[in-house]
Design a protein around this ligand. Structure first.
Ligand SMILES: NC(=O)N[C@@H](CC(=O)O)C(=O)O
Length: 454
């Protein structure tokens, strides 16, 4: 990408020429204001665009994707602004190629009322980096006892459709059943953190050979699989929609595959860390690798990749979980669970799935944009996301240089927290530009602050 043009502000014309659009090479894509105005063969729109005063960006070698949509981001505000704010987290999201994120409910106060979800919505709008879709808690205070005000959150300005107690499992089967039944009225979905609490008391890492050898308490695969199995049956019983968060074991992949073959309305996500990293890393005793669910075995990682490639797993979601230094710079058992991921996910998917020939860039668009937008029901309406790259659609676009190589430096990322497990790793690919309704939030690989555009 030539750095000569100024970042588009969403009011003028910009022509991306010679880009590759979902498998179609050498295309010209003209953005006028907030929408995609024309698509043609390479070079065909250049003369007219120049006459019209459009800025022209040579995108030779670059791939144009629909703006990425994350179904699972922890933005931490309100309550833990020392770890992340809506502003810093969404700036990190834009740098990762996202134009929309779903903000998890485990804030303080918890996002369990219309008031709190609307507060998060407004913070997102004020920041302006991506569209923020707040997730509502399933239970009051994430306590797993009483249903939160699901209907009020659905009817609020935040228009909540995804509900989750993530960080905690909705382990009471009656509460889970009620939640699944309740959200049917407004086409909502329950995103479950599948963790049987009794089987995981004091758990620190995956239960297996490594945990036995290094002496950390194990978190067995069955603790995830037992809840996934129960929930797909509950979803079938009440005819509702279930989403499995951060699926991490081979057995969970099998259960979801079986459930889908029965026609059960279930979707599932894999995180970038569960398709790249394994529990062998716990041997370092470095809590940077401590996460919930834990990093699993090689066989699990391979099964999750296979499930993603064959469509059993619908999406990649980051589970971006920022933590301040003091919550990670301590011994393993005392450290917080979680890793950042917004700014590296596309590179991880490229490395593990695209560069290995298991997925095309069109598949990447599906798992990181179309499918998460559909699951979150944000693919229509005034803030539509995950829409195709077609004339008349909103210009929510991500321009990627797949040939770039970079070394991850967690300290230099936009997220406020440095708990990336990928520090020092060389990864392929780089987001060179992100457009939110025609306005550049990232240009030439750097964030574009609103004040610069004013
Ligand atoms: N994924 C994590 O390891 N951490 C999440 C919550 C959670 O899912 O445990 C967090 O909010 O930090």
């Amino acid at each position: 990408m030539s750095a000569t043009s100024a970042p588009p502000t969403g009011t003028q014309q910009v022509l991306l020429t010679n880009v590759s659009v979902l498998g179609e090479k050498d295309r010209d894509v003209l953005v006028a204001g907030e929408t995609i105005a024309a698509i043609a063969g390479a070079g065909e729109l250049v003369d007219q665009a120049r006459k019209d005063g459009a800025s022209v960006v040579d995108g030779a070698g670059l791939i144009l994707l629909p703006g990425l949509v994350d179904l699972h981001t922890h933005l931490r505000e309100p309550g833990r602004e020392d770890a992340e704010t809506v502003e810093s987290g969404t700036r990190a999201a834009a740098m990762g190629g996202f134009t929309a994120v779903h903000a998890m409910a485990n804030t303080s106060p918890v996002q369990d009322t219309a008031g709190v979800v609307e507060q998060v919505l407004r913070l997102g709008q004020a920041a302006g980096w991506v569209d923020v879709f707040p997730i509502g808690a399933v239970s009051l205070g994430l306590e797993g006892k009483q249903l939160a005000e699901l209907g009020a959150m659905a009817d609020s300005a935040a228009r909540v459709r995804v509900f989750s107690d993530d960080g905690k499992c909705v382990h009471d089967p009656v509460l889970m059943r009620r939640a699944l039944e309740y959200v049917k009225a407004f086409d909502g979905v329950i995103a479950q953190h599948s963790q049987e609490p009794r089987l995981t008391e004091n758990s620190q890492m995956n239960e297996g050979v490594v945990s036995a050898e290094i002496g950390l308490t194990g978190w067995p695969a069955v603790a995830e699989e037992a809840i996934v199995a129960r929930d797909v049956l509950l979803a079938e019983h009440v005819g509702s929609r279930l989403h499995v968060c951060h699926l991490s074991t081979a057995g969970s992949v099998d259960i979801v595959r079986w459930a889908k073959s029965r026609g059960i309305n279930v979707t599932a996500e894999a995180t970038p860390h569960h398709i790249l990293l394994t529990d062998e890393l716990a041997r370092t005793y470095d809590p940077i690798y401590k996460v919930n669910p834990p990093l699993r075995t090689d066989a699990d990682t391979e099964a999750v990749r296979a499930g993603l490639a064959d469509g059993t797993i619908d999406i990649v979601a980051t589970d971006h979980a920022p933590h301040p230094r003091e919550d990670k710079d301590c011994e393993w058992a005392a450290a917080a669970f979680g890793m950042t991921g917004l700014e590296t996910v596309l590179s991880v998917v490229q490395q593990t799935m695209v560069d290995t020939g298991r997925m095309t860039w069109a598949d990447v668009a599906r798992v990181l944009s179309f499918a998460p937008a559909r699951i979150g029901r944000v693919d229509s309406g005034p803030r539509a996301q995950g829409r195709p790259i077609e004339v008349g659609e909103p210009a929510n676009l991500t321009l990627v240089d797949p040939a770039a190589v970079r070394v991850v430096d967690p300290v230099r990322q936009e997220t406020k927290s440095a708990n990336s497990p990928l520090g020092g790793r060389e990864l392929p690919g780089r987001v060179v530009a992100t457009l939110l309704r025609g306005r550049a939030t990232v240009w030439d690989g750097a964030p574009v602050h609103k004040s610069v555009q004013a």
